[in-house]
Each structure stands twice: as C-alpha cells, then as structure tokens.
Design a protein around this ligand. Structure first.
Ligand code: PFF
Length: 437
C-alpha cells in the first residue's frame, strides 16, 4: 500500500471540470460524428440520447459512488466493497484503460499533426492521400509518442497540480471553441441540409441490432464509463459533494458537446457539397471530408480548421489524462509505487502498445471496436451487477452530501433489472458481430 495520504480535488469545480474533461474528447467529435453518419443520422442520435439517460447516467453515478466510497482506484475499490474475487473486475478495467489509451493516443497524434499543418501551411486539397500519409507509419508513431509524452507529464504531476490545473484552463477554452465553431457553421450558406441529415429521424433504423449496440457502446465510450475512469476521479472527491447532481452535470455537458460538435461537422460538410463523402463514412471521415471542406474555403478554412483540430487536441488530452490516471492510480494503490514511477513505467508500456495501431489503421479500427463494443459494455454490465446486487448499501454512499434525491429508487431499480438485461443483449450482438460475422 502507498504511504502517501490520498490527494483531493481542491473543490467542486476542479472535479467537475476534470470529469467533463474525461468525458468530452475524441468520442464526442470524431467518433460521434462518424458513427452518426455511418448509422444513418438522427435515428442513431436519438438512441444514443436514450442510452445516455437510461443507462449512462445511472452507471456514472454507480462509478462515482464506488470510487468516493472506497477512496481507492478500481482494483482496490471493487475489492473493498465486493471482496477479493472482484479484483478481477478491477483488473479488467485497467486492461481496458491500457487498450483504449494506446490507440486513442494515435488518433490524438493525427489531430496534433492536422493542427500543426493548419497553422503552418493550410489543408492540402488531396485530403485522402494526406490522411493515408498521416494516419499510418513513422509520422503517426511520432505523433502518438509526443502525445503520450504530454499526457504522462501532466499525470506525473498529480491531481491538483497536474490534472485539475490542466482541466481548469482547457475545458472553458474547449467549450468556447466548439460553440464558436457551431455559430460560424450556422452562417454558412447551404448548411441547412446538414442539419436535416443530422436531425431528421427515421425511426425504422432504430430497430437494427447493429445500430442498437453501437449506440450503447458509444454512450459508454463518450461518458468514459465501464473502465473505472470516473471511479478513479471520484476517489479524490470529498464527502460533501452531491454525487447525483454531479452525474447529471457531467452527463449533460458531455451530451451537449457531442451534439454541438454535430452542429459544426454536418452543416460544414453539406454547405460545401461533400455530402456524398458522408454516406461512405468510416473512421477516417472526419480527417478526410472536413479538411476537404477547409481546403475549399481558403484562408477562412485554414483558420476554422486550425480551431477545429485544436479543439480536438484539447478534448483528446483531457480524456487521455483520465485513461492514464486509471492505470497509474491502480499501480500506486495496489503496488505501492510512487506516482512518477507508475507514470513512467505504464505510460511507457502504453506508448509501446500504441505502435502497432500507429503503423496499421486496420489494427486501430479493430481495437476501437473491441474497446467500444466489448470492453466498455462488459465493464458496464459488471458495474450494474456490482452496485445493483453486490454492494451492501450503495444508497448510504450517494446520500452523503445529498440527503433526498427523488430518483434514488429508480436508480437502483434500473441497475438491477433493465440495465443488465439490455447490456447482456448488446453484448451478445457485439460478440456475434465482432467474432462471428
Ligand atoms: N470519453 C472519452 C471521449 O469521449 O473521447 C474517451 C474515454 C476516456 C473513454 C476515458 C473511456 C475512458 F475511461
């Protein structure tokens, strides 16, 4: 066990901004818009909202309760409330953090490269060729390593001086950037069709198992759930804080940013007549179609593109920090290592694991599917069972700092019955799709 006393956030704002920083990231801007495009627009958005409210927020509150109650990172926290056998669950979480950060950092490296390119020379017209060059190979490895270096540096400085301070500066900036870009996109002529694509619902699409499980996975990914990131952040929270309210604020902010990012991406693409590219959307769409729009817009495009990719870098950084913190805090709590040693060893190991996806985009695509549709959903199922059935009195933990909350009984009910059921179905479809199709 580590000898040092546990650090705390300096107050409510520090924790909430750091947690929103974890939630808001590439998932909101890159993943949300490419999945929305791939799965037919508004129907996907609607399902995603439903999953966020009915599954995401309850699981988020579950993670916050476990984390604050145990004041430990996931492996020790599950052990604390559930007994030694549950350590395996914590190890699963840490493994998810490892896996996700290793390829997440590669994509963050692309965004870094695009931001610099925008600053120096603007966007090249042949964006497909440019993406191929940037996304795989030595350049991608370098971008990934630089990004992992920055992430490790911040985490090595600890909760207050590293993570909290970074979030306090970067999160307001990110909000301002995304909202400013959405207002700009609104002024573009011809962007209306983009809104229509994004917001007009075709209910028939919702009944598709594939759309269903992808939307569930995306809700987990976007809220940083199912792998103990929120649990770890909550372990530094004081007992006076009102966890149910925090879960609503974090979930709300995450959704608003994802939604507003869509209000940037789709009008821009449609205004410049690039909608055909959208329907063939894949993982690279944001990095190919949007830069094409920016390249067509001349100097204005260079400025807007720079701001857009800078927002992506910021979002990615504050999320990556939380991913690494899960692994580092676990090493501190279970191995008794110092923060610096944990960061160096595990940051380094994740940097190595990121090299294959940096060299080959198919590996990256596969890792992303594995994480988003399998690891996080399985982690969510485990959490629902844990708080719904195993933890003795989860209410007593959430009640600290929050005497009466009308939706407590609903929360436990959702965690006990509907959520495990829905997640088991989602998991079934995901496994079938990933391994047997
Ligand atoms: N929520 C982050 C995003 O939307 O980009 C990604 C993420 C961070 C997932 C932390 C999981 C996690 F634990």
């Amino acid at each position: 066990m580590s000898q040092e006393p546990r650090e705390r956030w300096s107050g409510r704002t520090g924790f909430v901004l750091a947690a929103i920083g974890s939630a808001v990231g590439l998932g909101n801007m890159w993943r949300f818009s490419y999945l929305t495009a791939e799965y037919g627009g508004a129907a996907f958005v609607l399902l995603y909202i439903a999953f966020t409210i009915l599954i995401g927020i309850p699981i988020l509150l579950a993670e916050l309760a476990i984390g604050r109650g145990a004041a430990r990172s996931p492996i020790s926290a599950l052990d604390h409330f559930g007994g030694g056998a549950w350590k395996a669950g914590g190890i699963w979480f840490v493994a998810s953090g490892f896996l996700i950060l290793s390829y997440y950092s590669v994509i963050a490296g692309w965004t870094l490269r695009y931001t610099l390119n925008a600053l120096i020379g603007g966007f090249e017209p042949d964006t497909g060729a440019h993406f191929d060059a940037v996304s795989q190979g030595t350049g991608a490895v370098v971008g990934h390593l630089v990004f992992m270096g920055a992430t490790s540096l911040i985490v090595s400085r600890g909760i207050k001086a590293g993570i909290e301070r970074t979030s306090l500066v970067l999160m307001p900036l990110l909000f301002a950037l995304v909202c400013g870009l959405a207002i700009y996109a609104y002024t573009l002529e011809g962007g209306r069709e983009g809104y229509a694509f994004y917001l007009e619902t075709d209910f028939s699409k919702i009944l598709d198992a594939q759309v269903f499980s992808t939307a569930a996975g995306q809700a987990f990914f976007s809220l940083s759930l199912g792998m103990g990131a929120m649990m770890t952040y909550a372990s530094y929270v004081s007992p006076q804080q009102h966890l149910p309210n925090e879960s609503l604020v974090i979930g709300g902010a995450d959704f608003v940013i994802a939604f507003v990012a869509g209000l940037v991406v789709f009008p821009l693409i449609f205004a410049l007549g690039l909608s055909a590219d959208v329907s063939e959307s894949t993982l690279g769409a944001l990095f190919i179609t949007l830069p094409k729009a920016f390249a067509m817009m001349g100097l204005a495009g260079q400025a807007v593109g720079f701001l857009f990719f800078a927002a992506l870098v910021i979002g990615a950084l504050t999320s990556a920090i939380s991913l690494l913190e899960v692994v580092v805090a676990s090493a501190i709590d279970t191995l008794g290592w110092s923060r610096l040693r944990s960061t160096l060893v595990f940051g380094g190991a994740i940097a190595l694991l990121g090299i294959p996806p940096a060299l080959n985009i198919n590996i990256l695509d596969w890792m992303d599917k594995l994480a988003g549709q399998l690891f996080l959903v399985a982690g969510g199922l485990l959490l629902a069972i844990f708080v719904g059935w195993v933890m003795k009195d989860p209410f007593s933990e959430v009640r600290k700092g929050a005497e009466h909350v009308a939706w407590f009984p609903l929360w436990r009910f959702l965690l006990r019955y509907p959520i495990p059921l829905v997640l088991a179905v989602v998991l079934y479809f995901s496994v079938r799709k990933l391994f047997f199709d």
